[in-house]
Design a protein around this ligand. Sequence first.
Ligand SMILES: *[C@@H]1O[C@H](CO)[C@@H](O)[C@H](O)[C@H]1NC(C)=O
Length: 998
Amino acid sequence: MSLFKATLFSLNTSYSNPQYTRMFLLQTLLFLILLSQNVAQNVLDISNNHSRAILIKPCHVRIQHMDVTTHPDIVIDTHTPHISWQLANEYTDNGHLIREVNQIGYSIRVKNVITDQLMWNTNYVQSSSSSHILYAGIPFTSDTRYTIAIKYYTKKHESQWYTVHFRTGLFSLMDWTGYWIGSNYLNMNQLRTVVSLRSISIESATVFISGVGFYQLYIEGQLIDPSRRLDVGWTTYQQRTLYTSYDLTSVLSKLSARQLGIGIVLGQGWYNQQQWAISLNGRTILAEQYGPPRALMQLNIRYSDGTNQSIITDSTWLGREGEHRFDSVYMGTTMDLRATLTCWSCANFTDSYLPWINASILPSPVNFTAGGQFSLQIMDPIRIGPDALHIATSGRLGHVAGVQGASITDGGVLKPISEDYINGLVFDLGQNFAGWCKLSSLNASRSTIIQMRYAELRYSRGVNGIDFAGLYYENLDSIAVMDTVILNGTGNETFEPLFTSHGFRYLLVNGYNKVSKDDVECYNAHSETTLIGNFSSSSIVLNQIQHNIVWSQLSNSMSLPMGCPQRNDRTGWLGDAGLSADAALYNFDYINFYLNFLTMIKDNQTPDGAISDTVPFMTGFIPADPNWGTAYITITWCLYEHTGDITIIEKYYTGIQAWINLLVDEYTKTGLANMYYHFGDWVPVQKISNNSLVSSYAFLRDVYTFVNMSELLHRTDNVQKYSQFYQQLAEEWHRVFYNLTVNGYTDGSQSANILSLTLPTVVPNHLRTTVLNSLIDSLVNTGYFTGGIISVAALYPLLSNEGYHDLALKLALSTSYPSYGYMFNNQIQNATTTWEQWNSLPTGARSSLNHHMFNSIGAWFYRYLAGIELNALNMITIHPRISYDIDLLNYIEAEVITIKGAVRVKWTRMSIDSMELIVTVPNNLDANILFDPLIKNGQCLKLICDGKDILMRKNRNDKLYWIKDDVHGINDFSENYATGTISIRIASGQYTFMTYWH
Ligand SMILES: *[C@@H]1O[C@H](CO)[C@@H](O)[C@H](O)[C@H]1NC(C)=O
């Protein structure tokens, strides 16, 4: 399993390593020699340094993981933010990326914008570190604006200063002066006030606001931040409710009068949602009903004359039931357009007869006495449209030939690709996704009722004897998904549902037949993010799987990783979240999204360390199934691997240890042989006979990862304690699960053997080949993989690591049942998202067609097929795995835009015995490039970089010679004689390699 391997690797490498220092000196020497020989094409000539203006500055500056290029208004709620930046790319005169650009020092200055007070001045710091620099200046104050100026130094240059802005939230509850308002008497979902400003000469205006379940803020009839939806994020409200903040300076600066109208619209959301009772394994849990929606707002204005004014929510606000008469996340919205009032949040609004009544003061949703917190939402909000997805990648951006479905990079708005009439107008959006549709140009008489219904699937006429091609609602279970509008009759009306979201591909419109395709626009809603990964290959099957992975990930990223977007479930299932996190982090910048989820898991943890299967806890069990609870550890570890931010491990370390200790207690009662479980290897083709083995797998894996975390934090006590414990568990595993009669574990099933082989040191060395052969025989003889979500995540890395990469590829390329490819190669539906089950069809299981729990294979695409291992961004590894069989796959192009910059890999198999590999390594980062033999038991004959020979071997078994050529940036090589793998160490930059094997 890559998780373990990568850890061991990252522990061995760091910038303070003396070996690195030696390397560094060697590089410098080499560099000087090259200069003196005047052959350094891609090195900048130092003597010309002064005549040539080199305008370099830090870029993609991040504060608390928020990239300023996508976050123009960064708000933080910590006194110790961490700061990261990228080193600018430098180019030679002929446009080539200059190699080996490394930082040797930096300076940071933080200032208060208003007072100009210098909060922090690092002066020159000699350091290669450009990520997660912890602020150590004067503590910040609430609602204050600051600038950070950053400059870095390389051996050759000093960058320009680069200045970015951020501001602070409200650090203390005492900073809040407003009241939560709403009503216990009526469905008060529109709230308004009019205030007199002291002046219209405004220096700054900042609003802090929360509304549960959901809120929208209006100023003078204008919706603030209109792409933002379903805000604030869903939490276990009594433990933590989130607030957000907007900079309203420009909005308020436009005012021409001192009267200001403010409006808030509230939705039930997850706060007063009728939570459907989910029956699971005989247990039914009803989630809490918190009460009516409520809002809290505080608008802090600073005038040009230096005076301040705070406008707050209180009982002088007026409220009524607005035109949205009903809203439910699950069931949809009912909107009565006859009740719409124009400009109801404007100062000049007058309404003489409609029942606006004073709002009531309601209690805070937070239970402060039980330790609850009211905190800033650090993750990005859910959005629709182009604002929802920023694009950091280059290249083919999902527009891969032959892939079915919509491209995620097309702006987030979907238009019907076809229309039809079956019991109403049926529109096909061509893509399964989460969100809703807007209807325009509605021209019908007053009180006309139009209904929209949504489904993932249409019945296929003629298949399985079905003679109906209407929408398939059966997999929505107990909910009837329906958005309803009652027209006002004023002509040319528009309807867009509010505070709801559906998972669908098909839209049915009833009650009005004059809707044309042009009048339908659908929005793909998800937590805002940046596309940072791109993966495409010579295989259309892999490309479609990748497409389905990114769409199902987005559909299920709704302020928390949700199990599914359509039926009466939609909960934060930990199992799903843990299994897809690695793939998700390769494709999307969801760092703060997952950090928010980890904090919710931590909030939810009971004093004895137990965590629940779902967070917020809606269904499932406490304590969670070990394979569900493992998400706590997996997500923490993945975030560290993808960012190198050690504070993430520090923050959750104690909670993780408490969870592991709870598992230890449970284990002590039962032993591994009877380890408790709730779900086992979920939705397999064939059930495994012993699910205790499956939950023991998560347990051992957690203990092992915890040892790695402890090493990173220098907790030698825990390293020793838990590594000894791991060895004890590994021995017990073999003792209680090994079954001589099947040459494998328990029932000898694929899953049992995969999980056993994946865990380090569980299978004794002398039996490893036997067990592996038994697994391979089963896969080859059966022709497919028989396990579920847990073992499939381990399957592909295991096969690639154990010399069966060709078999792994064959399984991944399969399109017959059961396989990923079958999901888009069957007579019912060509899936555009990942299914919940191998056979999620009307005639099979009535399950979801848009789940992310099977997305684990996406991590294998990046880690193994492209070979990009990020290793906490210390020294990355690029180790593409290539099949011996050239027909399986002969081309991969992948990129990941990391905190340090773009990692790109493109390999092309030229022939049986040769391959081209083009790699790009970001500045301030070294990489280890590994070349595996293209031929079984083969040896490297020659390695060429940029057209120059680097390594050569005359005859088989001769020594491989390193030709001391003039390729800058290549620093070291080694050959593994046992495997034939060649590894080369390179500095930042782009390199084109050719390898030849015999
Ligand atoms: C009321 O105010 C709004 C926004 O400030 C403005 O657009 C509208 O024209 C005004 N209406 C009247 C009747 O003055």
